[in-house]
Design a protein around this ligand. Sequence first.
Ligand code: 3NM
Length: 226
Amino acid sequence: IDHRLSQAMPSQPFATCVGGNQAETLGLYPIVDSSEWLKRLLPLGITTAQLRVKHLQGQALKQEIQTAVALAKHYRCRLFINDYWQEAIAAGAYGVHLGQEDIASADLVAIAQAGLRLGVSNHCHWEMARGKTLRPSYLACGPVFATQTKAMPWVPHGLAGLRYWSQSLPGQTLVAIGGIKQSNLSAVAATGVSGVALISEITAAQNPEQATRQLMAMMPGNACLQ
Ligand code: 3NM
């Protein structure tokens, strides 16, 4: 582990993900880029979501994060804010999601002290080993399948790779991500992961609400409210 990182690590593990129907079952985990999307999806009973904003900065970004956090509290959804950990702390978000490239510049101690959960992206053995030392609330494993949504140098792990992570990291809360669709969701969920994160299968669907309901019905532990 990077020396600078080990100095900057909280002494306690990050808090576990609780709430919703069952502790640690994150369920269907949509990742969206606006609070408008959360307004559409959270009333359906989504218990975990991520706000991944790429198009705002300054006051508009802060406002968007505050709006999203308020919506998530209203609907009792665990909302992770991608990357913007300072704004997430200020808004009282449930958690922060960091990519490997964001870890070194984030103040993990401040995030933990503020009581926020931490999710970390991982793509290979090295990242998984480093991610695990941070004792985050969950470890994301991706990409499971090829995805057009984010350009990445990684070869997809496939179901066999995901099963491998799931079996080699018992007791860890894992989130699958990358290329997950209605057609492969059941097989992904059957690998034992706690959450299944997806973007385009919902946001590019002709009817996103209907697609979300169908996806939720395929995930054990996810009760659709409408
Ligand atoms: N992170 P879709 S894959 C944002 O592997 C992101 O870390 C990934 O989008 C990772 O569900 C990914 O449309 C994109 O494939 C997921």
